[in-house]
Design a protein around this ligand. Structure first.
Ligand SMILES: C=C(O[C@@H]1C=C(C(=O)O)C=C[C@H]1O)C(=O)O
Length: 286
């Protein structure tokens, strides 16, 4: 039997909702004050306040305790807006987005992740985004995932040079939606920033490897395996006359001081240079 709610009950429920809204609002204001305190505690020379690993851990923790009727994608979106809004309380924050064609969806993807507050500048080529982040004009950049037949393989510019080179720190979207027939292909991108990627316990790492020109992918995989790095995926290649460059993705966190990199770099005279160009926490799924 359906229970009916009389109008006095309805008024009471609405007052309860108002009370909850006030509490949520108070907590948001309190959270902002705490993030400001974190900012004061951080070393003044930290160039980017953003900590993608910490943010991913917060999202995973909340997704893990989530129950009831509130949809998970909405929860994630609200927390993305909160964390996006607060990261700029620490240091000026802005986002450079590569959107080669109007309506590609990368600006929306950037807004879904970093929120509505901070300015976004749009560029038509990924190289311009890499430069904007390297020069400090933007705190972060959003660029297409590399593919084998890219006209402008932007990841090459993260492999050479020293100093404050941007690195990949996040893969977007951070919530992977299930494949549904008829749903458009999801727009995906990497976030780059001038900071290393974090170890969250569930990550992937991107490594660029320069080899002699004739090295095959199978041979490269074998050299990774010898170094103790299994399950390597080659996601893009660049061939020059006198060398090849492979962009490889590993199923785990690898930091710059990892001894397996030293073994890999010693690889049988055919590996000339190995460089981590970032990585990202594994996305959540519904
Ligand atoms: C608060 C911090 O800084 C930023 C803001 C965060 C937040 O709003 O929770 C989380 C990570 C950082 O991107 C922090 O470093 O912990």
């Amino acid at each position: 039997m359906m229970m009916t709610t009389d109008s006095a009950d309805l008024d009471r429920i609405r007052r309860d909702i108002d009370r909850i809204d006030d509490r949520l609002h108070d907590l948001l204001m309190e959270r902002a004050a705490l993030v400001e305190k974190v900012a004061q505690a951080k070393a003044p020379d930290v160039s980017v306040a953003l900590r993608p690993g910490r943010e991913a851990e917060i999202m995973r923790r909340l997704a893990g305790r989530h129950q009831g009727r509130f949809p998970l994608p909405a929860l994630i979106r609200i927390w993305r807006e909160i964390m996006g809004a607060l990261v700029g309380l620490q240091k000026p924050f802005s986002v450079a987005v590569c959107q080669p064609e109007r309506g590609d969806g990368y600006v929306e993807l950037a807004r879904d992740h970093f929120g509505v507050v901070w300015p976004k500048s749009v560029f038509s080529s990924p190289g311009q985004v890499v430069r904007a982040v390297a020069d400090g004009q933007a705190a972060v950049g959003v660029v297409q995932l590399p593919h084998e037949n890219d006209q402008e393989p932007w990841w090459l510019s993260l492999t050479t040079g020293s100093g404050n080179l941007p690195q990949v720190v996040t893969r977007l979207p951070v919530l992977a939606m299930p494949d549904v027939p008829g749903r458009p292909e999801p727009v995906e991108a990497f976030v780059i920033a001038c900071r290393p990627h974090d170890d969250t316990g569930a990550d992937r790492t991107l490594i660029a490897v320069e080899t002699s020109p004739d090295l095959s992918r199978d041979r490269l995989r074998a050299l990774f395996a010898t170094a103790g790095l299994d399950n390597v995926a080659v996601i893009a290649t660049h061939r020059a006359d006198d060398h090849s460059l492979y962009l490889c993705e590993l199923d785990c966190f690898v930091g710059t001081a990892d001894p397996r990199l030293t073994v890999l770099a010693g690889g049988k005279d055919v590996i000339r240079h190995v460089r981590i160009i970032g990585g990202y926490p594994l996305p959540l799924s519904v």
